[in-house]
Write a protein that binds this ligand. Structure first.
Ligand SMILES: C[S@@+](CC[C@H](N)C(=O)[O-])C[C@H]1O[C@@H](n2cnc3c(N)ncnc32)[C@H](O)[C@@H]1O
Length: 415
C-alpha cells in the first residue's frame, strides 16, 4: 500500500449495516462507539465476551453465532475484522476490498483500509487522533495525545473558547474549599471561558491568577454598595455584566447552596431574565474536616452529621437552630461561621445534655497552605479559641469522630 497518511473522516453510520467479525476484546472495546453512532450492527462470531453478549441481549447488536462466511460483507458499509483466525481475517479483508467496504483489521493494520483513531469527547466535540507516520504507528502515543487534549478541554487548562454556542449569562460556580485542585471539572471549564469573574474571599483564589489578562476579576467584597445592601450590589453587578452580553462566573467558596446565598442570586437573575447555570462545589463542611484527618461519619461512632451555621449565638432571637435538640444527638456536629460564638455554642450544648468532654476540632483555612488544626473539648473550646488565636474561616467539628483519625493524619500537609 502507498505510504500516505490516512485521510481523516467522520462516518455517519445511522441505520447502515456494520459487520463485526469476532466477539472478543477488540469488539468489546469498539462496539460501544459503533452503537452510539447508530450503526445497524451485525456481529458474526461463534463466541462473545460477557459484555458483548449483554449488548446482544439488550438488542443493541444482532449476533449471528457462527464463523465468517464468504458473502457476509457484501452489503456492509463498514467492517471490523477481529477474529482470532488470521486466515479468516485475510479472507474477510479480501472480500471487503473486493466490495469496496472500508475495513479495520485488528491483526494487521497494514492490510486494513481504515484505521480507528484514538477518540474522546468534550462538550459536544469529538477529538480523534490518527498518526501520520505510517511506518511508526504508535497507538499509545496517539491515545496519550487524545487524553491530554480531552483532559485539558475538560479541566480548562486547554482553552478553546466557544464562538457560536457560547451563550452569555451567569454561572454560579462552587469553587470548593480553597485548594485550586478541588473545583469541579465543569466549574474550571466555565472559569476558563469567562469574560468576568466575581469572586468571594473564600474559595480557590489561586485560580484567578491563572486567568488571561482580558478577563475582568471583581472582588465581591469590594463592590461598592451605596444605596444597595451588599448582596443586592452583587446581584446588580451580575445582572449588569450579563446584560452587556458577557459570560459571567460568580465564583463562590464551597458549594453555592451551603450557606452561600446561591438561591438568592439565582432568584435575582431569574427576575431579570438572565440565563443562569449552577455548578455544585465541594463544601468545606465535609472536605475541610477530611483534610485535617477527620471523617464526618465513622462506622460504630457516628451515624449522622449535622451542618449548622454558628453565625448567631444560641440565645439570639434571629437563630433558627434548635440547639437543645442538637445537644441530644450523639453524632457529629459541623459548625460553619462559628469561631466568634463557639464559646456560647459549647455552653448551650453542655447545658442541654452533651458531655463537656466531647471532643472538638477547629480547622482553620482548610485545604490551603495555611491549614491549621486546634483540638479542644466542649468544656475548653471557648478559652482555647482565644488562647490559640483561631480566626475565621474555620470549620468546627464536634463529636467522637474527632479522635478516630490516624495519628499521622492529625496535621496533614495540604497537597
Ligand atoms: C458563608 S460560609 C460558605 C460555605 C461554603 N458555601 C461551603 O459550602 O463550604 C463560610 C464558612 O465556611 C467555612 N469555610 C469555608 N471555606 C473554609 C476553609 N477553607 N477552611 C475552613 N473553613 C472554611 C467557614 O466556617 C466559613 O466561615
Amino acid at each position: 500500500m502507498a505510504e500516505h497518511p490516512a485521510y481523516p473522516v467522520g462516518l455517519r453510520l445511522t441505520g447502515r449495516r456494520v459487520v463485526v467479525l469476532g466477539g472478543g476484546q477488540v469488539a468489546q472495546r469498539r462496539l460501544p462507539a459503533l452503537i452510539a453512532a447508530g450503526g445497524s450492527i451485525v456481529l458474526i462470531s461463534p463466541e462473545a465476551t460477557p459484555s458483548v453478549e449483554a449488548m446482544a441481549d439488550a438488542g443493541e447488536i444482532t449476533w449471528e453465532r457462527r464463523r465468517y462466511a464468504e458473502g457476509d460483507l457484501t452489503d456492509a458499509w463498514y467492517a471490523l475484522i477481529a477474529t482470532g483466525d488470521g486466515e479468516a481475517n485475510a479472507r474477510a479483508s479480501a472480500e471487503a476490498e473486493h466490495h469496496r467496504v472500508w475495513c479495520v483489521r485488528s491483526d494487521d493494520a497494514d492490510q486494513a483500509t481504515a484505521w480507528t483513531p484514538a477518540t474522546g469527547h468534550s462538550e459536544g466535540v469529538t477529538v480523534a487522533v490518527l498518526t501520520t507516520d505510517v511506518k511508526g504507528r504508535d497507538p499509545r502515543h496517539t491515545a496519550a495525545i487524545r487524553d491530554a487534549v480531552v483532559e485539558g478541554l475538560r479541566d480548562g487548562t486547554l482553552v478553546a473558547r466557544h464562538h457560536r454556542t457560547r451563550t452569555p449569562g451567569v454561572a454560579l460556580v462552587g469553587g470548593g474549599p480553597g485548594d485550586p485542585d478541588l473545583i469541579t471539572v465543569r466549574g474550571r471549564r466555565l472559569l476558563a471561558e469567562a469574560d468576568v469573574v466575581i469572586a468571594d474571599r473564600l474559595g480557590p483564589r489561586d485560580l484567578l491568577a491563572e486567568l488571561p489578562p482580558h478577563v475582568e476579576v471583581i472582588d465581591a467584597a469590594k463592590i461598592p454598595y451605596g444605596r444597595f445592601m451588599a448582596q443586592e450590589a452583587i446581584n446588580h453587578a451580575l445582572i449588569e455584566h450579563a446584560r452587556q452580553g458577557k459570560a459571567v462566573v460568580r465564583l463562590k467558596g464551597g458549594d453555592p447552596y451551603v450557606f452561600g446565598r446561591g438561591m438568592e442570586e439565582l432568584h435575582a437573575l431569574a427576575e431579570a431574565g438572565i440565563a443562569c447555570t449552577v455548578v455544585p462545589g465541594i463544601s468545606s463542611s465535609i472536605s475541610v474536616p477530611g483534610a485535617a484527618g477527620i471523617p464526618v461519619t465513622h462506622r460504630g461512632v457516628a451515624h449522622e452529621f449535622t451542618v449548622v451555621s454558628g453565625h448567631v449565638a444560641p440565645d439570639d432571637e434571629r437563630s433558627l437552630v434548635d440547639w437543645p435538640s442538637l445537644a441530644k444527638l450523639t453524632g457529629t456536629l459541623v459548625v460553619l461561621m462559628g469561631v466568634d460564638k463557639i464559646g456560647r455554642i459549647a455552653e448551650a450544648l453542655v447545658a442541654h445534655g452533651r458531655s463537656p468532654e466531647t471532643p472538638v476540632a477547629l480547622v482553620q483555612e482548610g485545604t490551603t497552605a495555611a491549614q491549621r488544626r486546634v483540638d479542644a473539648t466542649l468544656a475548653t473550646v471557648g478559652e482555647t479559641v482565644r488562647a490559640e488565636g483561631v480566626k475565621p474561616p474555620a470549620v468546627i467539628v464536634i463529636g467522637e469522630v474527632v479522635n478516630v483519625g490516624l495519628p499521622a493524619a492529625r496535621a496533614p500537609q495540604p497537597s
